[in-house]
Design a protein around this ligand. Structure first.
Ligand code: CA
Length: 228
């Protein structure tokens, strides 16, 4: 069964999420503190998606996210943010989260986000066994790995999916809507900003000079273009 970690110190929110995860067919692992979340993740290496609250009594959700990402690029991570903390979304994504959900949220919204991440992680790889080679970049779509000039670049699943979309469409301007629906799925109703934040993170990892990106260029008022 697909396993999801829910880290949240407020017991009623946590129970609400657990009930809805179970109803959606997921196995829920609960944690009330950051330390407990890290312990549970170690005990359950098969957790596919983690939902991380930001405000916790011990370590904050961003730090938990950072620690997960230090060793695990594959896991899907969703941050729970408060409506008033707009910057949390950007900070969360910059620390390696894949998505965020704003409190209060509906069960349907949360499970849709989790489903989308599991689709990314487990992605159907049939007919997908190939290398994409462009300029200094070699992407192995079977192993989901990327090398630049022979050095491995570690990407999150979402970053990988965006880059794959670019490498499959070299020289073509992709709108932010194209990227959102191509990577997160057509039914996804997230905000376009999530595309920009992921692109910013991706540029830090792959560009020679992040201030003057040459691989992922901005098409003003439209989106982005991949060019070598
Ligand atoms: Ca909290």
């Amino acid at each position: 069964m697909r396993k999801v970690l829910i880290m949240e110190d407020e017991e009623n929110i946590r129970s609400f999420v657990v009930i809805n995860l179970k109803r959606a067919g997921y196995q829920a692992v609960e944690a009330a503190t950051g330390q407990e979340a890290l312990d549970k993740l170690r005990e359950n290496p098969d957790i596919g998606v983690a939902i991380l609250d930001i405000m916790l009594p011990d370590i904050d959700g961003f730090e938990v996210c950072r620690r997960i990402r230090a060793t695990n690029k594959q896991m899907g991570i969703i941050m729970l943010t408060a409506r008033t903390q707009e910057m949390d979304k950007v900070t969360g994504l910059m620390t390696g989260a894949d998505d965020y959900v704003t409190k209060p949220f509906s069960p349907a919204e949360l499970t849709a986000r989790i489903d989308a991440l599991f689709r990314r992680i487990g992605g159907d790889n049939s007919g997908d066994d190939e290398l994409l080679v462009q300029g200094p970049f070699v992407m192995n779509t079977r192993n989901h790995t990327l090398e630049k000039a022979g050095s491995r670049i570690r990407l999150t699943q979402v970053e990988y999916s965006i880059l794959k979309l670019f490498m499959q469409n070299p020289g073509r301007a992709l709108s932010r809507e194209d990227i959102l629906s191509g990577v997160w799925g057509r039914e996804y109703e997230g905000e376009l900003k999530i595309v920009d934040v992921n692109i910013r993170r991706l540029r830090i990892k792959i560009e020679d000079d992040t201030a003057n990106p040459t691989y992922i260029t901005t098409v003003w008022g439209f989106g982005y273009k991949w060019g070598i």
